[in-house]
Design a protein around this ligand. Sequence first.
Ligand code: G2I
Length: 455
Amino acid sequence: MRRALIAVLGAATLFLAMLVAAALPASAAPGTLKEAAAAKGIVFGTAAAQNHLGEAAYTETLNREFNQLTPENEMKWETTEPSRNSFGYGAADQHVGHARSQGMAVRGHTLVWHSQLPGWVEDISSRTELLDVMRNHISNVAGHFRGDLEYWDVVNEAFLDGSGARRDTVFQRVIGDDYIEEAFRAARAADPGAELCYNDYNIDGRNAKSDAVYAMVQDFKRRGVPIDCVGLQAHLIVGSVPGDIQANIQRFADLGVKVYITELDIRMQTPPDSAKLAQQADDYRAVTSACVAVAACKGITVWGVTDKYSWVPDVFEGEGAALLFDDDYGKKPAYDATLEALGGDPGGGDGGGGDGSVTCAYTRTAQWGTGFNGRVTITAGGGSVSSWTAVLTMNSGQDVAALWNGRPTENGSTVTVKPAGWNSSLAPGASASFGFTVNAPDGNVSDPGLACDTP
Ligand code: G2I
């Protein structure tokens, strides 16, 4: 009798163990951008600004999702050499220190650029003098970070849209065509360990400008000018990813250089809506897949952690929402699409396994003649979840007047609620709640329908 019971218990235990094994895949797909990218042998980075590193949600998102950092402004000429031969690296050094402490690679940005260039450089009119000044700048700045950076954007935005002619900058005017190769030679001498890139925008697909960059890189490779990589900035517009981006990456790769997507953002007319966000997700997927498909494409960098601090609204009036995290650090559909394109699993939570499921419950917290307050609590099952979605179905004559601790999208009587950002990921068994107020002018105060799921 006892033996039989033990045998039954043993079988039950084995059965349970099999169930658990079925629920826990042997190797869970990665649940963050950096883990998924690493599994593909590439880096996934972001531009970051020193003045936001004190904001907990900013730094938490930066550290959790990205394994490469590009200082957004802190290594530019006006900051590192504001007056002649007087160099300062405070904010840049802090960036490098932060990146190092987190195991992130660093892209130096940028040594020679016509923008954010101090006036004293603009005033130089002799070729010999400007060549000396440019070489001195490169040898000091790249020399300061020697051995600390993985990549340098050596020359930035030297070509014009449309024609592919050289941009009329002080370097082009005063030194001439060879300023670019001289910059690369100086950078190699200053930091022989860093990959040296030419970086530009609107060279993501094939066009007159990318043809001109292609011809320059081809010429540099033939003549032994030290260039290692090309950065396609990829400042793009929703619905307008060049259809030939992969072919364009491939043709640069075929020249023997690496390719990086260096400043990816995909802007839209604000405010965002679900259709624009879905298109943006497709667009991020397309860019990410194009890089993943070409062996020489070694990294993707988005131009900012959160929509809240993106450069886009400052420059393009009425446009924005271009990045992977919204103003509240909530993951956008583009985040999931990018993670999937990297082979990760948006539903995989922290990648630690688990069934990733959620349950939800509704509580009425207050009621009056023409309305009520409700609260929804979402609880993770046996596994962690990275995000959740709750769907409320309102009854006739009911309108959600306010909702807190969640981000609602209304479509007829259906209100889809996503996390506010900070309450997105849940450990096994943990809960998140959001609350709302319903107006029911006709007095129909019956409970809304509720369903929930992982995204
Ligand atoms: O314009 C977008 C990017 C295009 N490719 C090169 C990148 O270096 C460039 O980055 C942007 C930064 O994201 C902005 O943050 O470069 C801008 C300058 O051209 C940066 O904007 C400047 C503002 O113009 C200044 O008013 C501001 O003081 O940022 C400065 C620091 O916040």
